[in-house]
Design a binder for this molecule. Structure first.
Ligand code: AVJ
Length: 323
């Protein structure tokens, strides 16, 4: 993405923080959660009992690894296994180990916005799976989509796990799926995790844990602005607030100002005023059902060829090919 106001802003982060905090209502993009501190907090989230998503997808990959591996290697020849938003690869490792064990020939290409997390992933994979070919790349999904295309020739299997798609509103999700679809060839596959609609309390608990890890994760975006843009956000003066609408399946995270306050962001030469109870919207975590996934797939001209679910039907992975 080109920065149109590069005369004022050095980075997209600066520009988006400026725009988000001077907009009404205020908002910040969840993609900025993931600095070194945020990566660590997200790993803690994935280990919390309330955050069922990781356990469910782990269970799916473990239970169905044979059937999944068969799909991935059903066409001849070496392939690139490209993972968008690879993170610490905890879930992917089940699949990687299974593929390596079965002598499937592929190159693992994890992509993540965080270089820090990619370094950790590469290091742990060298130790746990020395036989694996790995080529990590740092970048956002949209930047790296172009990279995927430049790997022309080799068959592609694209992984998008963890319900990362849930950070996108439906129109953005369709655009995203379409851009991937555009880069796919006939024999390529696209494996995507979609968290499912369920008891709304289960969802609220997953995004508002008692120990306050999600709160710390949400507030880390303010700490990051403090650190990187020399701001003076007082985290104590904000509430972590989670809502879930069972009708639309949208969970939304907010930071709510507990009082009237002003915050200075030195690097942006900016003073931001908050009214009491004014909000900053920070994240959406969309939940799905088959009907919605079918609709998204149809819009993106993708065809569902297989689907895999955990015992409790909390979560589903869908395998797509180009229509
Ligand atoms: C990494 C986007 C899938 O929305 O469930 C976890 C991030 N936010 N707890 C999600 C997150 C709060 C997570 N994703």
């Amino acid at each position: 993405m080109q920065n149109q106001t590069s005369t004022i802003f050095e980075t997209l982060f600066e520009e988006e923080v400026y725009q988000g905090l001077t907009d009404f209502p205020k908002h910040l993009s969840s993609k900025y959660f993931y600095d070194t501190q945020g990566d660590k907090l997200f790993q803690d989230i994935m280990n919390m009992p309330e955050y069922y998503l990781t356990d469910s997808e782990f269970e799916i990959l473990d239970t169905h690894k044979d059937r999944i591996a068969q799909w991935l290697s059903s066409k001849k020849g070496r392939f690139n296994l490209i993972e968008l938003g690879a993170g610490d690869g905890k879930k992917t490792k089940i699949l990687l180990k299974h593929l390596v064990k079965n002598n499937v020939s592929f190159t693992y290409k994890p992509i993540d916005i965080s270089q820090n997390v990619l370094n950790q992933l590469e290091k742990s994979l060298h130790e746990e799976l020395p036989g694996l070919n790995i080529e990590p790349r740092q970048g956002t999904y949209f930047e790296t989509l172009a990279d995927i295309n430049s790997d022309n020739g080799a068959r592609k299997v694209i992984l998008f796990l963890g319900s990362n798609i849930g950070n996108l509103l439906h129109p953005q999700a369709i655009d995203f799926l379409k851009s991937v679809q555009n880069l796919m060839n006939e024999d390529d596959l696209f494996f995507v995790g979609f968290d499912q609609k369920k008891n709304p309390q289960t969802i609220l608990d997953a995004y508002n844990d008692k120990a306050g890890i999600t709160e710390a994760f949400n507030k880390n975006i303010l700490s990051r602005i403090n650190r990187e843009l020399r701001a003076d956000f007082d985290l104590e003066k904000f509430l972590h607030w989670e809502v879930y609408d069972p009708e639309t399946g949208t969970a939304k995270s907010y930071l709510v100002s507990k009082e009237q306050q002003s915050v200075c962001i030195d690097k942006l030469n900016l003073k931001i005023d908050f009214k009491p109870w004014e909000t900053i919207h920070t994240e959406i975590s969309q939940k799905y059902d088959d009907e919605v996934v079918n609709w998204l797939a149809e819009k993106a001209e993708l065809q569902i060829v297989a689907q895999f679910s955990d015992q409790g039907n909390l979560y589903k992975d869908y395998l797509f090919k180009k229509e």
